[in-house]
Design a protein around this ligand. Structure first.
Ligand SMILES: C[S@@+](CC[C@H](N)C(=O)[O-])C[C@H]1O[C@@H](n2cnc3c(N)ncnc32)[C@H](O)[C@@H]1O
Ligand code: SF4
Length: 451
């Protein structure tokens, strides 16, 4: 890594949100949120957006054991008796939404996230999806995707989910080095990953994603190189290359290893650059924050055609305006407001038993919020700043703008600015330009580092 790259990363490596929403969750105005008003917004959004189709995110929180680095909302259980009641609760929640909608919903996306969706048996997942399918009209070209843990994804899971409409799967890989795997309590042999990948291909899944992380305990240059080399033999269509988010104040599991075993900031930056360069050398194109894809993948086509979108599920190809989140901790986005469900399984089930939507907090969008969100999305998805509003906003941030231009992260174009190849590594920092709350968050321990 050159001195220039090293300096640049050192300068921009700050706590910055990932901007899967605007405002980000810590900046929601909780006092001003009212459930009734939110539900009115939901009905309006449904009336306007149903023809375009809804997106459904379903959170399946259980995992059999805790990977100590994990930053997701998980509930550890070895007792599989929890599956059926949880699925019944999800369906009950979905029926509450059906009652609020005046017509049959049209559906274009389902994403099963976690936790570990493949903690659930293939039969229970089939039941969940088939029940939902009986209540909706599926739009042509719909996309169903799920997150699978390679250690417990069976051939049966892949086969059954394919039968009910799934065509995309994302496997958590993280790192193949056994020392790293032991430190994060996630021993996962290459053979296992190879097997599930081959099964998915043979069954006709058209998009396979691998999640990788840099910055994990004991990771070094050779482990990143070796991991990416192994990954390359399997040629997943997409790769997410995440920066390890170290947030032990939120995820005490991360205290299981000594902070001294984490790569120091300089090594972590090096791992990032090495990984990104290797992914590019292997023919993967960067398509936004943390994401890479093969040139023929539809995420790349969407990026090239300006159709890329970003929401709580990450990057998607459909510009959905109505996202319903079901299950523990899920977030819904009606474009008039956000709402989040109870974060604990117990709290969630209690609301459902009482027959009420398990929404515990949210945010009502103002016109200004919507404007800023549009500009942030243009940076995150199109890597451009070119509308009038953006330039106006930007003129309020002249010093920071000029700094980004002189550092080579942005370049001037005829109608605004474009993110440079170097700048793609710092999209989070560039988005932060438009975020009036950035830097004002109470306390420093809110977001993870940007690199
Ligand atoms: C819900 S998990 C994936 C599905 C399944 N539970 C598994 O582990 O294979 C989602 C992804 O979030 C990423 N992730 C989890 N904790 C993270 C952290 N602390 N920093 C960065 N990425 C993290 C991992 O790459 C992980 O694959
Ligand atoms: S990484 Fe996946 S399997 Fe591991 S604890 Fe987190 S959600 Fe569960």
């Amino acid at each position: 890594m050159s001195k220039f790259e090293e300096d640049l990363i050192a300068k921009y490596d700050k706590p910055v949100p990932r901007y899967t929403s605007y405002p980000t969750v810590p900046d929601w105005n909780l006092e001003a949120f009212e459930k009734e008003e939110y539900l009115e917004g939901l009905s309006k959004s449904f009336a306007v957006n149903n023809d375009e189709g809804l997106s459904l995110y379903i959170h399946l929180p259980y995992c059999e054991s805790l990977c100590t680095y994990c930053g997701c909302n998980t509930h550890i259980s070895v007792n599989h008796q929890v599956e059926y009641p949880y699925i019944q609760a999800l369906l009950k929640e979905w029926r509450m939404y059906l009652k609020l909608f005046k017509q049959r919903p049209k559906l274009k996306e389902i994403h099963l996230g976690g936790g570990t969706p493949t903690f659930f048996s293939a039969d229970n997942l089939r039941y969940l999806i088939e029940e939902i399918k009986t209540s909706v009209e599926l739009l042509p070209g719909y996309e169903f995707s799920f997150e699978g843990h390679p250690n417990n994804t069976t051939y049966e899971h892949l086969k059954v989910l394919k039968e009910v409409g799934f065509s995309r799967v994302s496997f958590g890989i993280q790192d193949f080095d056994i020392k790293v795997q032991k430190a994060i309590n996630r021993v996962q042999p290459f053979d296992q990953v190879e097997k599930v990948t081959h099964w998915a291909r043979a069954l006709g899944y058209h998009s396979i994603n691998f999640d990788l992380i840099y910055g994990l305990p004991f990771q070094k240059e050779s482990s990143i190189k070796d991991t990416i080399e192994k990954v390359n033999t399997l040629r997943p269509d997409r790769i997410a290359f995440y920066s390890y988010a170290h947030v032990p104040w939120k995820r005490p599991g991360q205290r299981a290893y000594d902070e001294a075993d984490l790569p120091d900031p300089s090594l972590k930056r090096k791992l990032n650059v090495i990984g990104q360069n290797l992914l590019r050398d292997n023919g993967y194109l960067p398509i936004g924050m943390d994401h890479f894809a093969l040139p023929e993948d539809n995420l790349v086509k969407a990026f090239e055609e300006g159709r890329l979108h970003r929401n709580f599920m990450g990057y998607t190809t459909s510009n959905g305006q109505l996202l319903i989140g079901l299950g523990v901790s899920s977030i819904s986005d009606t474009s008039y407001g956000y709402a989040q469900n109870a974060k604990s399984v117990k709290g969630y089930l209690m609301h459902i038993e009482r027959g009420e939507l398990p929404i515990v907090k949210g945010h009502t969008m103002s016109d200004n919020d919507r404007k800023i969100k549009r500009e942030l999305l243009a940076v995150a998805c199109e890597q451009k700043i070119q509308t009038k509003e953006a330039l106006k906003l930007y003129s309020e941030q002249r010093e920071r703008l000029e700094d980004l231009v002189s550092d080579g992260l942005l370049e001037k174009t005829a109608d605004g600015f474009e993110v440079t190849l170097t700048g793609t590594q710092f999209l989070r920092n560039i988005c932060a330009l438009f975020d009036p709350n950035f830097g004002k968050q109470k306390g420093s321990k809110v977001f993870s580092q940007s690199v």
